[in-house]
Write a protein that binds this ligand. Structure first.
Ligand code: C5P
Length: 253
């Protein structure tokens, strides 16, 4: 059997050359990392859940007119996406203080922000993805002013969409990170939401109990990560409600 070409291996995903030019296969691994890969583990089933959840969010975004790189899910762990050039920024949107914002500014986790706040980090693992301003982005040419206007608008549209979907299933969207890709159509470029959207890249709290249903469960040793991600998938209707009722095959006489 012909071996496909690996393009890139990241912390949570491996990218392979797709079946047609301009396509890529994203394979979701079970590897979990935190604190710039200082903490590592393999969480059985995480890749399958993230593949499913990311498909759900990307398809939904497409349906409300937000362009993404997603084409289709291929199987349990893989999805076909359009190949794009990734803008070297992590775009973070925050609705409530948490994580590094709480640490940096001394704001209690869970404090509602007066409005969504968008932050940019320069994508460089060796530097620990440092927070940067639009001045850095413009001066170093990571994105143009037009790109930044489009990126801000994409980020806020994703925020509205995700917040609404989550609110509908009793979950508060605290914050999330997206990546942006450039796709070239002839002389023109379009910016699309790329990479993945999953509980690996969002903070999701149960509205009533404030139970964490995201990667903080792994970062902070709060219990089973697959249980948390399965709960998100279950609430969104992506899992059988009662898997325990699935029985073994029985012999038909
Ligand atoms: O760590 P911090 O509070 O800055 O993270 C903000 C949001 O961005 C969180 O939802 C986190 O999961 C996500 N994030 C990410 N990848 C990174 C950094 C942050 O998905 N490298």
């Amino acid at each position: 059997m012909a071996r496909r070409k690996k393009i890139y291996e990241g912390k949570a995903k491996t990218l392979y050359e797709g079946p047609e030019p301009g396509t890529i296969v994203q394979y979701f691994k079970d590897d979990a990392t935190a604190f710039n890969a200082e903490k590592k583990d393999v969480i059985e089933g995480k890749g399958v859940l993230n593949n499913l959840l990311s498909e759900y969010f990307m398809v939904g975004l497409g349906q409300v007119g937000v362009p993404t790189h997603f084409l289709k899910r291929l199987n349990m762990r893989e999805q076909l996406v359009r190949s794009c050039e990734i803008v070297p920024l992590e775009v973070i949107v925050r609705n409530y203080a948490a994580g590094t914002m709480s640490k940096r500014l001394g704001i209690a986790e869970g404090t509602q922000l007066p409005r969504p706040i968008v932050e940019y980090c320069y994508k460089d693992d060796s530097l620990g993805d440092p927070l940067v301003t639009e001045e850095h982005i413009a001066a170093f040419g990571w994105a143009s002013q037009q790109d930044m206007d489009d990126i801000l608008s994409l980020a806020l549209r994703v925020n509205d969409f995700l917040s609404g979907i989550m609110y509908g299933v009793g979950i508060k969207l605290i914050d999330f990170k997206i990546e942006i890709g450039r796709i070239y159509d002839g002389d023109f470029q379009r910016l699309v939401v790329a990479d993945e959207i999953s509980p690996d890249s969002c903070r999701l709290w149960d509205i009533k109990t404030e139970q964490k249903l995201d990667k903080d469960v792994f970062r902070r040793d709060l219990g089973s990560l697959t249980d948390a991600y399965s709960e998100v998938a279950r609430r969104l209707g992506l899992m059988p409600n009662n898997p325990a009722s699935i029985t073994k095959p029985t012999l038909i006489n």
